[in-house]
Ligand binder design. Structure first.
Ligand SMILES: [Zn+2]
Ligand SMILES: [Zn+2]
Ligand SMILES: [Zn+2]
Length: 90
């Protein structure tokens, strides 16, 4: 993992949590649709991005104080920290 000193959450990460399922776990409960998927690096849950109608990933990050997500989209290799607004590719 990169260590640029900008964000202690990202620089302290050692292991990447990958999406277990290619679906938003909140949207499937309510029958909603999503655009892109993000995986929480604290609990491993996969939820939808801010381009999706329900924005479950950022809602979860605020509600649970889980700071870091990774993209769960094929071919995208990046992490994002909500509280620090820090973005890093890997
Ligand atoms: Zn951070
Ligand atoms: Zn969702
Ligand atoms: Zn979480």
């Amino acid at each position: 993992m990169p260590d640029d000193g900008a964000c202690a959450h990202l620089s302290g990460m050692s292991e990447l949590k990958k999406a277990k399922r290619r679906e938003c776990e909140e949207c499937v409960k309510i029958g909603a649709e999503w655009v892109h998927l993000r995986t929480c690096q604290t609990c491993g849950g996969t939820r939808c991005c801010d381009s999706s109608p329900n924005r479950h990933a950022s809602k979860h990050a605020r509600a649970s104080s889980h700071p870091v997500i990774c993209s769960a989209e094929p071919g995208e290799r990046w992490l994002y920290c909500f509280p620090d607004d820090a973005f890093v590719e890997y």
